[in-house]
Design a protein around this ligand. Structure first.
Ligand SMILES: Cc1cc2nc3c(=O)[nH]c(=O)nc-3n(C[C@H](O)[C@H](O)[C@H](O)COP(=O)(O)O)c2cc1C
Length: 202
């Protein structure tokens, strides 16, 4: 399949959950024929971040082999998947800082007319998955993006239960990313590739 569409998957992850979902999405997007950039937003390394990390867990999120995201990773892409852990029901600070660095590109309309979609992870089931995903979508609207949510577009989507985006509940770090979440990630990534491809062809 020709690589006729470009997808950037940009995430922040402290303990590796969001990074794991991002990797699953990157593999799927490549299988769907996209050229893919997998990028991380660096750890702010604040005292709070370090205190919040379980002992020895920081390197899981800070995957050294993944390049650091920059503005060009959005400019280059036809479709963008953005992932953040849920923090107090919202986007984590490091990813929000990255979004806040996009003002110049936004001003020049360079973020518009692309497909955008979001994903997240929480510690608890009702800890704010939807509020984080909707917060990401708020920015997508400001960008002039085309928001592609997974919805319940396949029977498997009912298993993970979140139409706004892939969302994994770690149950306080006791539940690693499982098949249900991986399936949701694959469905979402394939859908983003499909719609981004349609936009580039339009
Ligand atoms: C400061 C802070 C705030 C958090 N707030 C929430 C929250 O509001 N709801 C929730 O379910 N989990 C919350 N968590 C847990 C994280 O969402 C969870 O550890 C994260 O999804 C794991 O993602 P990661 O492994 O990619 O870092 C919080 C964690 C930290 C450190």
């Amino acid at each position: 399949m020709p690589t006729d569409v470009r997808i950037s998957i940009i995430y922040y992850s402290l303990t590796g959950t969001v990074a794991e979902i991002a990797r699953e999405m990157a593999e799927t997007a490549e299988k769907e024929g996209a050229e893919v950039r997998l990028r991380k937003v660096p750890d702010a390394a604040s005292a709070t971040e370090k205190a919040a990390a379980p002992a020895g867990a920081a390197p899981a999120g800070d995957t050294v082999e993944v390049p650091v995201a920059c503005v060009d990773d959005l400019l280059w892409a036809d479709g963008v998947l953005l992932g953040s852990p849920t923090r107090f029901g919202n986007i984590a600070g490091p990813l929000k800082s990255f979004l806040d660095s996009l003002g110049g590109a936004w001003q020049k309309q360079q973020l518009a007319d692309k497909v955008y979609s979001g994903f997240t992870a929480t510690g608890s089931l009702h800890g704010g998955q939807e509020s984080t995903l909707l917060a990401l979508m708020t920015s997508f609207h400001h960008f002039g993006g085309v928001v592609v949510a997974p919805g319940y577009t396949s029977p498997e989507k009912f298993a993970d239960g979140n139409p706004y985006g892939t969302a994994h509940c770690t149950e306080d770090r006791t539940r690693p990313v499982d098949d249900t979440t991986r399936t949701a990630a694959r469905i979402q990534a394939a859908r983003v590739v499909r719609f981004a491809r349609a936009i580039t062809a339009a």
